[in-house]
Design a protein around this ligand. Structure first.
Ligand code: ADP
Ligand code: MG
Ligand code: MG
Length: 478
């Protein structure tokens, strides 16, 4: 085993126990009173909010690596936009996967249907997030690139606010300049507003496609409220796919109508897992949206471009060159990929299966899913692979080298936990947000708009905040 890499704490720890207790109580109140909220899964009610779990002190992050991640974002935006618009590449890459993975197959069918019929709206809106982990103190690797429902546009900036409040309470005013500004909410919302303006119908509404139950409500409503702050005249409608099935229609000009209101922009915060598109009704609603003139975030080809299979195909030699021409950009992107392997029935696929069987701890096994909790780790990789080694199912999975991020030490504050919280070892994942608007030929908007940091206990495989393992955090640049 390599020696464990460690990140220093931003201030001297442990904190005095009494001071810590008081600080935690105060900060919980601060969080609730400033919209750092999440709905309880165990006691769900529309009438109340819990504070979302957070890390008390910001986690140190090498400044150079942070800046590199920020800097490469517009290149990754460009790359993924071009991938989404390259029919041949998507078709070739997903050919096996769509035959065995029903969900991806159904998405793909929608794409083929609209291609056959003629695409009504050539523009796509991408509100994307590149997720990375440090793999040493001086480099990082991409975990994944999210093209659908990339959350934390609000929870990112508000984590900065919590951590700033805590440092101020502790009197560390001299440290505040190491917390980078974060305007992700405004940046993402401006992307929605740009799309609304491009559509050009002042009476039209922005449609948020939502889950049956939204736990992460603050990370959606704040987008809606920010949109209203920027332009109070923009209507926002929230609907599930089931509701859209009953209330949606296309006009004779292919405008999307929901209860008669024209929808100019569709922002998906759902429709990325099989249980969110459970029956034909919801699939029909997804197709109805794709057929329409509304600008989709994401359009169906953007959704497909964000699959793990596409990420793996992009890591193959020569793939990035299909989409980017500047050698500096190509080099920079290649550097951020860690080992990614397909599991097709060919020599490379067989080799990958063998590598994983020989040393499962070195890898993560991933299906074509989003939203956390779907990957396989450690010894279970062996069992899973042995079970599907000879079945076609394996082609719907990819194998990825496991990134081993440096460990930091700190306090995680979570509803229902003891106060004072224990000191724990943690690892973090940084996400950088991007906004892209364009069609198959041109990109008219390409911006980097902010970041989010999620931190989990070092022993956990995954770190979804909504899933109950991760906590909000913000980077403290060193
Ligand atoms: P999802 O789309 O479900 O979020 P991810 O690829 O982001 O899928 O995987 C979920 C989580 O699993 C990540 O947030 C990270 O904590 C962990 N993870 C994924 N890939 C790796 C990897 N290569 N090395 C280490 N951890 C990983
Ligand atoms: Mg994802
Ligand atoms: Mg993820």
């Amino acid at each position: 085993m390599a020696t464990v890499k460690r990140l220093p704490s931003c201030i001297q720890i442990p904190l005095d126990e009494e001071e810590l207790k008081d600080l935690v109580s105060k900060t919980k109140d601060w969080a609730i009173m400033h919209g750092v909220g999440i709905r309880s899964k165990t006691a769900f009610s529309e009438d109340s909010l819990n504070f979302a779990p957070f890390v008390l002190l910001p986690t140190t992050f090498p400044r150079k690596q942070f800046e590199k991640a920020v800097e490469i974002q517009t290149t990754l935006n460009e790359l993924m936009h071009r991938v989404a618009h390259n029919r041949e590449f998507l078709r070739e890459t997903l050919r096996e996967t769509i035959q065995v993975d029903e969900f991806t197959g159904n998405l793909y069918k929608i794409w083929e249907t609209v291609l056959d019929e003629g695409v009504a709206q050539p523009l796509s809106l991408g509100l994307v997030r590149n997720d990375i982990m440090l793999d040493s103190l001086s480099s990082w690797k991409q975990v994944e690139f999210n093209t659908i429902a990339a959350g934390f546009g609000w929870l990112g900036p508000c984590s900065l606010a919590i951590n700033r409040y805590v440092l101020e309470e502790l009197g560390h005013f001299d440290k505040l300049h190491n917390l980078p500004e974060n305007n992700a909410l405004t940046g993402i919302t401006l992307g929605l507003l740009d799309a609304w303006k491009i559509y050009g119908d002042p009476k039209s509404a922005v449609l948020f496609v939502v889950e049956d139950i939204t736990y992460n409500i603050c990370d959606q409503r704040f987008h809606e409220f920010e949109l209203k702050r920027l332009n109070p005249r923009v209507k926002v409608i929230r609907k599930t796919l089931t509701e859209i099935h009953f209330e949606g229609a296309l006009s004779s000009e292919n405008e999307l109508l929901v209860n008669g209101i024209v929808i100019s922009v569709v922002y998906f915060r759902s429709a990325y897992t099989p249980d969110q598109i459970p029956t034909k009704k919801e699939w029909d609603a997804r197709l109805l949206i794709e057929r329409s003139l509304a600008i989709k975030c994401p359009s169906i080809q953007y959704h497909l471009a964000g699959t793990k299979k596409v990420q793996q195909a992009l890591a193959k030699p020569g793939a990035i060159e299909l989409f980017l021409s500047e050698s500096k950009k190509i080099e920079a992107v290649r550097e951020v990929f860690t080992g990614l392997y397909g599991l097709d029935f060919d020599e490379a696929g067989d080799q990958a299966v063998q590598m994983a069987l020989d040393d499962p701890e070195r890898y993560v096994l991933k299906p074509q899913r989003e939203g956390g909790g779907n990957n396989v780790y450690g010894k279970e990789i062996r069992d899973t692979l042995l079970a599907m080694k000879d079945s076609r199912e394996r082609t719907a999975w990819i194998l990825m080298e496991r990134i081993r991020p440096p460990i930091s030490t700190g306090y995680i504050v979570r509803a229902g936990n003891t106060n004072p919280p224990p000191l724990v070892e943690m690892v973090s994942e940084l996400g950088i947000f991007g906004v892209v608007i364009g069609d198959s030929q041109n990109i008219s908007v390409n911006r980097q708009v902010g970041h989010m940091l999620r931190t989990k206990v070092a022993t956990a495989d995954e770190g979804g905040v909504a899933a109950g393992l991760g906590a909000l955090d913000s980077p403290y640049l060193i």
